[in-house]
Design a protein around this ligand. Structure first.
Ligand code: FAD
Length: 470
């Protein structure tokens, strides 16, 4: 049995060579989700002065569950009341906790009546882990809660002007301003990218369809779907979870997943009221949804589990960074715009990754580059590298919107950054565990969170963690 973990040894800052030659910067971090908290820790370890701006009432970002949803369930009305979190009530992690945690701050079981000891815990446990992290590293003292950054813009002499204002957690978009302007040396953007929905709007007839439509961002609980016929578009993790959740009360759930292979089309094995389809052919005013496989259903609700768009409404860079077909760029290694490095950086843009360890590596790199401890290539070299990367995507027929999809090379990417920082790369057991969890999820989509065969890897992780425990 692994030792019970009640206290985590504060990991001392990594030894900083030649402290006297390091430069301390004033850094604004935008967002106090996992990325912002980890960024704050790494920046402070490096000796920088940090302010973390957080528009919500507490730290934790997307892990702060709220039963509230947005005023426009599809999320297309720019004037809607925006809710940051996309969590649904039943959500459990889709990664095992050993694999998911920050490398030197393991996401271990903790004692306590509200704690969730499961290997794939519910979302509240992740929030508590992040709260523990913030408390153990004293990050609360640099976080300004309920403070929204409305402008982070290039100012004079290469400095950044950060304009902020008090916010409510569920903010209405408005232009009235009770604003404060401050000057910083650098801005680290950690605002998350699961807020602005992408919807499937190219289906013939969809704009005239009279039924209800919503995006998974606004899904919370299954009750409103009682006895209804639902069409759910999407094949990623939240589509799998939400379809099962809804099917507990709905009459029928029809899942549309364009990556399905022909043989999978039809009734979902093990379920009486779920069907798989590959594509929608058209939808009609009378509620009919016609699938390309020839089936037709009369549906009441279409749920779009179709992902999100990057959005940085506060950022003013004189055109040095933009979002084009969901590519944020140009960015050197998904972090630094060559023209503004290291003074502007982005944490957490890649997807299909294990996020927390990647945040840790990206932010160590940013912190070291800001203090002059780590050297970045010249602007020209970074530009060249970035252009070569974009050309390689184009040559392989990868659409721009997949620029930050790291499904096939997240570990190489992490290890490359670790190398830049002169620290060890991702642990072998983590890579193996992730591989195992992905395969297990494919084989047992209903039960992978409670059945697994990689106890050996869990033990190996525990042995590794013991160096961080007292
Ligand atoms: P967020 O958590 O979104 O935090 C961004 C913060 O920035 C928020 O607090 C927001 O209020 C703040 N902010 C935004 N704009 C401003 C502004 N202008 N001014 C001030 N503050 C601002 N990851 C896993 O590792 N395991 C999982 O099982 C897992 N499941 C997931 C399930 C769902 C449904 C979703 C949506 C994501 C899941 N993830 C999972 C990924 C998850 O997004 C990351 O774990 C991580 O929480 C992202 O952290 P972040 O800090 O980048 O963004």
């Amino acid at each position: 049995m692994p030792p019970p973990i009640n206290s985590i040894l504060r990991q001392p800052p990594p030894p900083l060579p030649l402290m006297s030659s390091l430069t301390t910067r004033h850094v604004a971090v935008i967002g106090a989700g996992a990325a912002g908290l980890i960024a704050a820790r790494e920046l402070r370890r490096e000796g920088h002065h940090v302010v973390v701006f957080e528009l919500g009432e507490q730290v934790g970002g997307t892990w702060v569950y709220t039963p509230e949803s947005e005023s426009d369930p599809l999320g297309v009305d720019p004037k809607r009341r925006v809710v940051h979190s996309s969590l649904y009530d039943s959500l459990r992690t889709n990664l095992p906790r050993e694999c998911m945690g920050v490398r030197d701050y393991p996401f271990e079981r903790r004692e306590g009546k509200d704690r969730d000891p499961r290997r794939f815990p519910g979302h509240r446990e992740v929030l508590m882990y992040l709260q523990d992290f913030a408390a153990d590293f004293g990050i609360g003292e640099v976080v300004r809660l309920q403070t929204e950054v409305v402008i982070a813009g290039l100012g004079e002499e290469g400095k950044w002007r950060v304009r902020s204002r008090p916010s409510n957690h569920n903010r209405m978009r408005s232009d009235d301003c009770d604003c404060v302007d401050e000057i910083y040396d650098a801005v680290v953007v950690c605002n998350g990218h699961y807020v602005q929905p992408r919807i499937a709007d190219n289906i013939p007839g969809i704009t005239a369809w009279r039924g209800k439509q919503m995006h998974s961002h606004n899904y919370r609980t299954p009750e409103p779907f009682q006895d209804q016929v639902i069409v759910l578009i999407g094949g990623a993790a939240s589509a799998v979870d939400i379809s099962r959740d809804i099917a507990t009360v709905a009459k029928e759930v029809h899942i549309v997943d364009r990556s399905l292979n022909e043989n999978a089309i039809g009734k979902l094995p093990g379920h009486d009221n779920m069907w798989l389809h590959s594509m929608i052919d058209s939808v009609h005013q009378d509620g009919r949804v016609i699938f390309k496989d020839g089936d037709t259903v009369g549906a009441e609700i279409i749920v779009h589990c179709t992902g999100y768009k990057y959005d940085f409404p506060f950022l003013e860079t004189n055109g040095e960074v933009s979002v084009d077909e969901n590519r944020v760029g140009p960015l050197y290694k998904h972090v630094f715009p060559p023209a503004l490095a290291p003074w502007l950086s982005f944490v957490g843009l890649p997807w299909k990754v294990v996020p927390f360890p990647m945040f840790e590596l990206q932010t160590k790199w940013i912190a070291g580059a800001l203090s002059n401890r780590l050297a970045l290539p010249s602007k020209e070299e970074m530009t060249q590298d970035t252009e070569a990367f974009y050309s390689s995507l184009e040559a392989s027929g990868t659409p721009k919107r997949y620029t930050h999809n790291m499904a096939n090379y997240q570990w190489d990417y992490d290890n490359w950054i670790a190398d830049q920082c002169g620290i060890p790369g991702i642990e072998e057991w983590r890579v193996e565990m992730y591989k195992f969890a992905s395969k297990n999820k494919r084989l047992r989509p209903e039960s992978y969170r409670d059945e697994w065969d990689d106890d050996e890897l869990v033990l190996e992780a525990q042995r590794d963690f013991s160096k961080y425990l007292n």
